[in-house]
Write a protein that binds this ligand. Structure first.
Ligand SMILES: Nc1nc2c(ncn2[C@@H]2O[C@H](COP(=O)(O)OP(=O)(O)OP(=O)(O)O)[C@@H](O)[C@H]2O)c(=O)[nH]1
Ligand SMILES: [Mg+2]
Ligand SMILES: [Zn+2]
Length: 327
């Protein structure tokens, strides 16, 4: 068999799963690709591979190309094609992890309660998506847990993102509220689902593709956090076309690769302002366009607050790094 092309759905140590025309292949990486440390394979990657005839531990279970009972064939990845996009995460000052390659849109999933969302965290994830040029969809899950008054607060928060041009969804995986609209927005695209542990990412995806049966977990009673049930990113084929990647819960999301002056680029409402100061950080400059826009209510105060905190954080990191270098 000649060279085939497929999409990486799972990376598990040196072995990865690749789907091509409904078939699943268990692939090794050709040595020279494996050794190229700066180019790590990620889910969503488009690869060229060849099937080998060596026996595997996993026996083929059927000879029909059927996603629900995939044939597992051994193969070797020869080539990773250039990525058209990627959602990435900087783990520390050096390591750069690609969460999903060739992704079209990112769903930021937050629970309204259990654990409650933090607006600043939504903003941080949006900044990452804007940095990577990816469309963001904001999902508030577990609406069933909110009383009428709190549900209104959530709706107001959602409206802030909607007004900025982000698609927003208020849903409950438990009751099915808003689920058909949500399902429709996944169709035909490669989507990544990110958010804190326990927000219900896997539960939502199980509702969208019932035959997947992703593991879900209880939110810990001790600290109100999720338990990090999902441990490795995995690309799931959707019944109506497209793929979605479920990701492990995020505790935080470092944006160390951004310069303080680049943060405003992740806040649409600030990016479009023309401030009279060049490279303005919008901190306390007299006549600063951002400060005026906040004052007039044009820019949401809580968004601006999260912007400022992110800038301060990066300024401090910068200082820390410079001090370290001098030592
Ligand atoms: N009440 C309620 N509970 C939900 C809803 N969606 C998910 N849950 C519960 O929330 C808990 C966590 O759900 P998961 O789907 O495992 O959360 P996750 O975001 O995938 O978590 P990690 O994999 O750890 O990142 C489970 O006990 C789910 O049953 C919902 O709409 N309403
Ligand atoms: Mg999960
Ligand atoms: Zn300014």
């Amino acid at each position: 068999m000649g060279r085939l092309t497929g999409t990486v759905t799972k990376v598990d140590g040196a072995k990865s799963r690749v789907v091509s025309s409904g078939q699943t292949y268990l692939c090794d990486l050709r040595g020279r690709i494996f050794r190229r440390k700066n180019k790590r394979l990620a889910v969503g990657d488009l690869v060229g591979f060849t099937v080998i005839n060596a026996p595997t531990d996993e026996k083929p279970v059927s000879d029909k190309p059927d996603l629900s009972a995939p044939v597992i064939l051994p193969a070797v990845i020869e080539e990773i094609f250039p990525r058209r996009s990627a959602l990435h995460r900087v783990r520390d000052f050096k390591r750069n992890q690609v969460i999903c390659a060739n992704v079209d849109q990112v769903f930021v999933v937050m629970a309204v309660l259990d654990p409650p969302y933090k607006r600043a965290f939504i903003d941080r994830l949006i900044v990452a998506c804007e940095r990577d040029g990816l469309e963001t969809v904001v999902v508030f899950n577990k609406l069933d847990l909110a009383g009428p008054e709190y549900a209104e607060v959530v709706a107001e928060d959602a409206a802030v993102y909607h007004a900025l041009g982000y698609q927003t969804h208020l849903v409950s995986a438990a009751t099915g509220l808003g689920m058909s609209e949500l399902a429709a927005s996944f169709t035909g695209k490669i989507s990544a689902v990110v958010g804190p542990s326990g927000a219900g990412k896997s539960t939502l995806l199980n509702e969208l593709c019932p035959d997947q049966n992703l593991r879900t977990g209880e939110v810990s009673e001790a600290d109100g956090r999720g338990r990090h049930t999902t441990t490795a990113a995995e690309l799931i084929p959707l019944p109506a076309g497209g793929f979605v990647v479920d990701t492990p819960g995020l505790r935080g999301f470092g944006l160390w690769d951004l310069k303080p002056t680049e943060v405003a680029g992740g806040y649409r409402e600030l990016a479009e302002l023309s401030c009279k100061y060049r490279n303005c950080l919008h901190r306390a400059e007299p006549g600063c366009a951002a400060l005026i826009a906040v004052e007039s209510g044009e820019v949401d105060e809580e968004r601006f607050e999260s912007y400022r905190r992110l800038v301060e954080e990066l300024l401090q990191d910068d200082q820390g790094r410079q001090t370290n270098r001098r030592r």
